[in-house]
Design a protein around this ligand. Structure first.
Ligand code: ZN
Length: 121
């Protein structure tokens, strides 16, 4: 059975996740655009500071959503290529329970833990 069939449910989840992320990014873009239109009405320093804070928050949200979207797209590519569900570090299959919890996981739990330990040092 080709992995594309085995992972049909995962693909559906990833595609739903991708659509949700795209909608989220689009909503943030629209919100920003409408805020920019209404900007320039007031000229108080506090308002400008508020604007900056809001803009920074949006930027963080958008880049989170984009990061996630990139991971989701990469997972969909791996399903197509037949490398989905295989740990990128040790080449062992990633347990299905982990994939169900985290459909775009690229590492098994052990390798993920090892990387996180390495990052702390
Ligand atoms: Zn591994």
């Amino acid at each position: 059975m080709p992995s594309t069939t085995i992972f049909a449910a995962q693909r559906e989840r990833l595609e739903a996740e991708r659509d949700a992320l795209l909608a989220e990014i689009a909503a943030l873009e629209r919100e920003r655009a409408s805020r920019e239109e209404s900007a320039g009405i007031g000229n108080v320093v506090a308002e400008e500071m508020m604007e900056t804070l809001v803009r920074e928050r949006d930027l963080a949200l958008r880049s989170n959503a984009r990061d996630l979207l990139e991971q989701v797209n990469a997972a969909l590519r791996r399903i197509d290529e037949g490398t989905y569900g295989i740990c990128a570090d040790c080449g062992e299959p990633i347990p299905l329970e982990r994939l169900e919890a985290l459909p775009y996981a690229t590492l098994c739990v052990r390798c993920q833990a090892a990387r996180e330990r390495a990052r702390r040092w």
